[in-house]
Design a protein around this ligand. Structure first.
Ligand code: G
Ligand code: G
Ligand code: MN
Ligand code: NA
Length: 251
């Protein structure tokens, strides 16, 4: 397929770049980290969304090359930020099942000089579906490297909660569909968010409410106790150059 060939080329010739979206602490609205979101500017087709090309990478053998490219670039760029900021990198379930992932993460941290505690790996619930024992072993091995682990898009996938208490996760990212559905009049989604926050607290995990766009959502979510917020109300994802300029301004 053309898109597959083009993607292979894009990875090799640096047509990809990463945009960073701030994740802020609910209590003071200060950024504590950034999520790395890959972008592809195709020479003929223009901008192509990762929701289109990440699945292509997953269907082919490109997903590991893509994942390693994103990891390395994100760690290199995060090493230029203040030490207080973490960088969160999305890890595809296929990448996650590769046995050499902890080794790759460790050598990337070594080469870029980023302290392990500043890297967050975002995994999805689907990693718990196939091989729960292998998954726990992988999570443990990654924790040994010193990185933090976040469960992404929580609430949209596999619904067994059993794995949560036995997995060494540091944070839960509440899927934006719950945030978008939470209003004063429809309280079901707000109840779900409150329940996830309570569960995370009991398990000593942080919570990130994703996709907060509007002031009424911000008020509601803050009241529900999520420790962190990510969404357009604070910032869209931006390139490294723009992020560095903002950090320089102190904002
Ligand atoms: O901004 P947004 O359109 O970036 O991202 C769309 C989807 O692509 C999201 O589900 C997001 O998790 C995913 N995504 C973005 N960057 C990466 C990446 O580097 N690796 C993987 N596996 N998924 C990514
Ligand atoms: O699947 P994951 O959570 O990794 O991807 C995050 C996705 O959410 C990206 O596509 C990102 O651009 C998008 N996103 C981030 N903030 C907002 C927001 O406030 N509203 C909407 N609609 N999307 C957002
Ligand atoms: Mn994510
Ligand atoms: Na998510």
């Amino acid at each position: 397929r053309q898109i597959e060939e083009d993607l292979r080329d894009a990875i090799q010739t640096d047509q990809l770049e990463i945009h960073y979206q701030p994740i802020v602490r609910t209590s003071d609205h200060r950024a504590t980290g950034m999520e790395a979101l890959v972008r592809w500017n195709h020479p003929e087709r223009g901008f192509i969304s990762p929701s289109e090309f990440v699945p292509v990478a997953e269907e082919t053998n490109l997903v590991n090359a893509l994942g390693e490219w994103v990891l390395r670039r994100a760690c290199e760029e995060a090493a230029q930020w203040p030490d207080s900021l973490t960088v969160a990198v999305n890890v595809s379930a296929i990448q996650f099942s590769a046995t050499d992932l902890p080794k790759i993460v460790r050598s990337t941290l070594d080469r870029t000089g980023l302290h392990p505690s500043r890297l967050v790996l975002e995994i999805t619930e689907s990693v718990f579906l196939g091989d729960p024992q292998g998954t726990r072993a992988m999570l443990k091995a990654l924790k040994k490297v010193g990185v933090r682990l976040a469960l992404d898009d929580f609430g949209t996938g596999y619904s067994s909660l059993g794995y949560l208490s036995s997995a060494p996760l540091d944070k839960i990212k509440i899927d934006r569909s719950f945030v978008a559905g939470a209003t004063e009049s429809d309280t079901n989604n707000a109840e779900i968010i409150a329940a996830i926050v309570g569960l995370a607290r009991a398990l000593n995990m942080e919570t990130v409410a994703e996709g907060v766009e509007a002031m009424d959502e911000l008020k509601l979510i803050s009241g529900l106790g999520a420790s962190h917020i990510q969404g357009w109300i604070f910032s869209k994802a931006m390139p490294q150059s723009e992020l560095l300029a903002r950090l320089q301004e102190g904002g």
